[in-house]
Design a protein around this ligand. Structure first.
Ligand SMILES: Nc1ncnc2c1ncn2[C@@H]1O[C@H](COP(=O)(O)OP(=O)(O)OP(=O)(O)O)[C@@H](O)[C@H]1O
Ligand SMILES: [Mg+2]
Length: 277
């Protein structure tokens, strides 16, 4: 009888051990599956990143090649029968070379800026800045007062915000520059720039009644080199918005837009009040 009980006890213990082992195997299998899923996601991200790098390299070589062609043809023209060229011709040719060099300098500068922003290597010097002074400075740099012959610019920006002054200037230069660059043939061009506080954030908006962004091009418009199909005849590299996005996100803010082709565009961004966070 004792023997039977002993045997039963051993059987119970064995059953318990099997139970524990079974649970541990199920647990480990679950962990393995989770690990496989995680690796799959990482692998997909790597494939995506690789694709982006290849696309980026393609666009980069294309965009850097264009100004180089301009510079080379300027030199070629100068080499070609220099005695036959008047001083005016030579100055015109040199101007083509200078413009191409300037364009290339700008492009390389923008790319460096994006690389710094994306790698988090850009230190921001955040302090309380006077937004009106910055907006007035940007309009002056863009050679615009409040009004011109058929362009009305109205500003309502009497606030202070926490920002890196030069980064905020760059963002507004790009956004106001775009509003001016992508006006269409309406008889009166209107641009409204506003900044005010909303839910503890400084909320900025730059609104225009210009050509707008086609719906088909709106997704990914903040990506490097992405441009609307309706602006291809106008100058631009498609880097301005990528820089704005990098700058605003580095401030802990968000940037977005609302646009309708033929009607106009409004870009919005917000900057958190560092005193409240
Ligand atoms: N206010 C706007 N109205 C209409 N289209 C706009 C506006 N702002 C941006 N876009 C569209 O978004 C695209 C990307 O803008 P982004 O500023 O990045 O580049 P870009 O102006 O083409 O060149 P750049 O690098 O010289 O600024 C533009 O090419 C244009 O198609
Ligand atoms: Mg631009």
């Amino acid at each position: 009888m004792n023997k039977m009980r002993e045997l039963q006890n051993k059987l119970d213990a064995l059953e318990q051990l099997i139970d524990v082992q079974e649970k541990s195997i199920i647990e480990q299998t679950k962990k393995l599956y989770a690990e496989i899923e995680k690796r799959k996601i990482v692998e997909e991200k790597l494939i995506q990143k690789n694709r982006e790098i290849i696309d980026f390299a393609d666009m980069l070589t294309h965009d850097l090649k264009n100004p180089l062609v301009g510079i080379k043809s300027a030199f070629d023209m100068l080499k070609l029968e220099p005695v036959l060229q008047t001083k005016k011709d030579i100055l015109e040719i040199l101007e083509i070379g200078i413009q191409s060099t300037r364009y290339m300098q700008g492009l390389i500068g923008d790319l460096l800026e994006i690389a710094r922003l994306e790698s988090g290597g850009k230190e921001l010097e955040i302090k309380l800045v006077n937004v009106k002074e910055i907006v007035d400075g940007v309009l002056a740099q863009l050679h615009f007062g409040s009004n011109s012959r058929n362009t009305q610019i109205c500003t309502d920006v009497d606030i202070q915000a926490f920002a890196d002054a030069s980064a905020l200037t760059k963002t507004l230069m790009n956004l106001i520059g775009n509003a001016l660059a992508y006006l269409d043939d309406k008889s009166v061009h209107k641009i409204a720039i506003s900044a005010h506080y909303q839910n503890g954030n400084a909320l900025f908006s730059i609104q225009d009644n210009g050509m707008g962004i086609p719906l088909a091009n709106q997704a990914g418009i903040f990506d490097k080199f992405k441009r609307g199909d309706n602006v291809k005849s106008r100058k631009g590299t498609g880097l301005g918005l990528a820089i704005c996005k990098g700058i605003i996100e580095n401030h802990g803010g968000k940037i977005w837009f609302d646009s309708e082709e033929g009607k106009g565009t409004t870009f919005f961004f917000n900057l958190p009040d560092v005193h409240l966070s």
